[in-house]
Design a protein around this ligand. Structure first.
Ligand code: PHE
Length: 453
């Protein structure tokens, strides 16, 4: 594609750098914090199966499509949609797709940062030895006291937002590559050690049973929507994060293979987290449906009881925070890239403005856990509302539109050329998934939720 304007756009140094960054974006709180608690709230096995099917049939094809759109235009999501719409001679309304992504990213980051703040605070608690020999009740007490304090939550939320913006201001390529390279293998090792502890709790089989034995009578239409929404959330799809990372991807690199690698690593981390957490839940008579506090009320019990738990606790929360950081920068990068490339703002100014707005929005989530816990809209507090709006609605709608755009609007020769698959059959499989399977699946889930089906 010809450049009409001098690009201020950077580029990854290699395919590996892209894989690391995109995996960094995908693996985060979604895998270790959110997946276990929503699995707990939605009855376990059947929910997990729906989620896995969604990753395979909807997530991976859309990840390929989203990366492809970004790489083709080499621009931020707002301009990508504008450029590719013109290239295809399509309706101007497609431009709004880029916009919705930018807004969804800021909404998500606003609560993501608050939870990442919890994880940061837990580094200090682990270091101070607060979990030592504590039982389930004591650990729950620590958590309840902590989230009851708006001052503490605001402090840690502010710190995390600041850290995110300090990385983003330097540009996502610098430094990020190295951080992820070291982080991913260490996170993996720690998760496996935690699974090792889970095996000693006496409730290992019960945990596995909960996680993998489907009982479809427990599935409501809302849990199907949540499972599908989570497939988008955990793979960072539907809002332009992967699009903006794809735009930094040099031409001539196979997009499809990288998508499989990223989705595989992401799913493995989530399942390991589930396998580590549920045995601890059952062994300590906790409730799987404890909500967003689940990992903060379970894992510290393990750290307090196991040999070497002090160090492991510190390392675990440090890594959780780094994993959250490599995701948070991808949540804000679309809006920053847009402000810099299209609005001629300096990177510093773009970061300050977008960071401030997101930080302010985050206060809504902070107060959801204490002073405003009774403030409800549609039966949900602000945090639950933002989560539902983004993960269950905006990301699937964004993903649906990306699928329709890549499958129906973009010219076949363009997607064929951009994906450059090794054989015609694999292209054809992707084309069917992206044109029919993914959009129809999203559509039917929505119909089901609003009660039409
Ligand atoms: N995938 C990230 C996680 O699982 C969250 C995220 C969603 C990041 C959307 C970017 C875009 O933690």
């Amino acid at each position: 594609m010809t450049d009409t304007k001098k690009s201020v756009h950077g580029a990854w140094s290699s395919r590996f750098a892209f894989i690391l960054a995109a995996t960094g974006s995908a693996v985060g709180l979604g895998n270790i914090w959110k997946f276990p608690y929503i699995t707990g709230e939605n009855g376990g096995g059947a929910f997990v199966i729906v989620y896995l099917v969604c990753v395979l049939l909807i997530g991976i094809p859309i990840m390929i499509a989203e990366t492809m759109l970004g790489r083709r235009s080499q621009r931020n999501p707002v301009e990508t949609m504008a450029l590719l719409t013109d290239e295809a001679g399509a309706d101007k309304n497609w431009h709004y797709l880029g916009w919705m992504g930018v807004i969804a990213g800021m909404f998500i980051l606003s609560y993501y940062s608050v939870i990442a703040g919890w994880a940061s605070a837990y580094i200090v608690k682990a270091f101070a030895g607060s979990f030592f020999d504590a039982d389930g009740t004591a650990i729950k007490g620590i958590f309840d006291d902590f989230v009851a304090s708006p001052v503490q939550l605001i402090f840690w939320h502010s710190l995390f937002m600041l850290a995110t913006m300090l990385i983003v201001v330097r540009g996502v390529h610098n430094g990020l590559e190295k951080a992820v390279q070291f982080l991913m293998p260490s996170l993996f090792v720690l998760m496996i050690l935690l699974v090792g502890y889970a095996m000693t709790t006496g409730s290992y089989n019960q945990g596995l049973h909960f996680l993998f034995m489907p009982d479809f009578s427990k599935l409501t239409s809302d849990s199907v929507l949540t499972a599908m929404g989570h497939a988008f959330f955990t793979l960072s799809l539907g809002m332009g994060a992967i699009m903006v990372y794809g735009s930094y991807l040099p031409k001539g690199i196979s997009i499809a293979k990288t998508a499989f690698l990223i989705a595989g690593a992401d799913t493995a981390v989530a399942l390991l987290a589930g396998i580590a957490i549920f045995p601890i839940v059952f062994a300590n008579n906790l409730h799987p449906a404890s909500g967003p506090g689940l990992i903060f009320q379970t894992l510290p019990i393990a750290f307090g009881a196991m040999a070497g738990g002090w160090l492991m606790g510190i390392l675990f929360f440090v890594m959780l925070v780094i994993a959250a950081l490599t995701s948070s920068i991808s949540l804000i990068e679309p809006v920053v890239a847009w402000l810099v490339e299209s609005k001629d703002l300096s990177r510093e100014k773009a970061c300050i403005w977008s960071g401030l707005v997101t930080w302010l929005l985050g206060l809504g989530t902070v107060f959801s856990f204490n002073v405003w816990s009774n403030v409800k809209f549609f039966d949900r507090n602000i945090f639950q509302l933002l989560d539902y709006l983004t993960a269950n609605l905006m990301l699937p709608i964004g993903g649906f539109c990306i699928a329709v755009f890549a499958g129906w609007i973009m010219k076949r020769q363009h997607s064929e050329q951009e994906l450059d698959m090794p054989n015609a059959a694999s292209y054809q499989v992707w084309k069917i998934l992206i044109s029919y399977v993914a959009p129809l699946a999203v559509f039917f889930v929505f119909l089901h939720v609003i009660g039409v089906l």
